[in-house]
Structure formats: C-alpha cells, structure tokens
Design a protein around this ligand. Sequence first.
Ligand SMILES: NC(=O)c1ccc[n+]([C@@H]2O[C@H](COP(=O)([O-])OP(=O)(O)OC[C@H]3O[C@@H](n4cnc5c(N)ncnc54)[C@H](OP(=O)(O)O)[C@@H]3O)[C@@H](O)[C@H]2O)c1
Length: 240
Amino acid sequence: MAPSLLAGKTAVVTGASSGIGKALTHALAAEGVRVAMIGRDAGRLERAAAGLGAEATAPWTCDVRDDAQVRETVAGIEAAWGQIDILANCAGVYLAAALPELTNEQWDDLWRTNVSGTLFPTRAVLPGMLARGYGFIVVLSSVAAHRSFANMTGYGATKHAVTGFARALTNEVRQEGVRVVTVLSGPVDTPLWDGKSTPLERADMLTPAEVARAIIHAMTVSDKQVLEEVLLLPQAGVYH
Ligand SMILES: NC(=O)c1ccc[n+]([C@@H]2O[C@H](COP(=O)([O-])OP(=O)(O)OC[C@H]3O[C@@H](n4cnc5c(N)ncnc54)[C@H](OP(=O)(O)O)[C@@H]3O)[C@@H](O)[C@H]2O)c1
C-alpha cells in the first residue's frame, strides 16, 4: 500500500482530549502524523493519548479562548517540532437555550470558545504554513450552520460565524498552498451531549471515529484537490 499523503506531517488538534478531537488524534496518528494535543486539562489529554506513544503525540495545556496562551503554545510546538502542517480546530462548547433564558455569560463563552477559539489558533499557525506553501486548516462547524434549529440562537450563530470565517479564509489561502476543510457535522455521540437533551438517540448519532475518517478523507483525496466542505449526517436524520 502507498504511504499516506499525510505521513511524516505534524498536526495540532485543539479539543484533543475528548470526542471528535480525540478520535481525529488517533486517526492522524494512524496515518503517520505526529499530533500536538491541545486542551485545558493535562490529565484528560494524557488519558486521550493512551496507546499512541510519546513519539506520536505531545500534550499541550492551553485555553483556546486566550490569544496570548495560544500564541505561546504554537510557538512552543514550532520550536519543538520545526513546523506545523495541519491544524484541526476541534475545541468547542455546546448549549441549547430558549432565547429569553440565554445569558450574556453563556453567549460570550460560546463565542469566545467556538469563534475566537478558532480564530486564535488559525491565525497563529498560518504564517508558517504560508511561508512553506503547505498546510491544512480544519474547522469543526455543524449542521446547525447549514440548517437552523430552535433553541440554538447562540450555538447556531457561532457555527454560522466559523463557517463564514472558513469560507473567506479558503479563498484567501487556497492559491498559497493552504487548504481549509470545513466540517458541517450532524450529531455525534460524544461527551458534549452528557447531561443534555439530545435530538436523537445517542446510538443513532454519528461516531467520533466516523467524523475523523471523513476529515482524513477530505485531506487525502489528492495533492491537487481541495475538498472544502463536508456535510456529514447520520442515516437516522436530524431533528425530524
Ligand atoms: N458532538 C456533536 O454532536 C457535534 C456536532 C457538530 C459539531 N460539533 C463540534 O465539534 C467540536 C468538538 O465537539 P465534541 O463533540 O468532540 O465535544 P467534546 O467531546 O465535549 O470535546 C470538546 C473538547 O474541547 C475542549 N475544549 C473546550 N473548551 C476549551 C477551551 N477553552 N480551550 C481548549 N480546549 C477546550 C475540551 O477539553 P477541556 O474541556 O478539557 O479543555 C474537549 O477536549 C465542537 O466545536 C462542536 O461544536 C459537535
């Protein structure tokens, strides 16, 4: 079998301690990619890396809402590994609330995590990618940016925002060799849903491994193509 197009590359995965980011870390490692795993909790990162080995991954504790921390972390990873070829923005938070109940604190945290938490890492890694003329930026959006759902004014607005961010960025960097992959995913069975009401049975949701596989597919179609957007839904549908 030919080696993966990604073999030997380096990646940063935010939100790598859980759910989609954790599954993507394992899928990237299987392609021969070294992954810097970002999350706020060192213990969770360590547990998520179980079975991958110290040469395949490194934990970096960092809050993606904090631009200075993100810059420092990216600089540290670049100093340790020389370069960053892939950034997957998987850190994110979810909440559903009827608009009268949505607080300013909830609104701000959704925006700081989902939107600024995508901007800060992307802006920090981009100069190196542009200088080398190679890179992938993965943005975890949601079907909530493709359709619009009740009680998701806050969450849905952040996912429309990151989709718009990614669509503009892709036109800015495509010809410089940097590819932007936006994933509009339906519900995925991850800890994001713990303690929350769900749109369908968790067993009917996508699995994190399925989402990770779609992302790897988008990045490995060929060296000459850009699979820019992936709308991935569970067979059971969404919010019927
Ligand atoms: N699950 C779904 O149904 C679904 C569907 C569509 C899109 N998505 C999107 O996919 C992304 C990942 O979701 P998931 O389901 O994998 O969620 P998850 O299992 O709850 O994982 C979220 C990850 O983000 C990290 N994180 C949260 N806030 C952070 C911060 N301020 N700084 C650094 N890391 C932070 C968490 O680690 P710590 O809390 O330890 O820092 C955790 O590793 C999110 O953007 C979500 O909106 C999810």
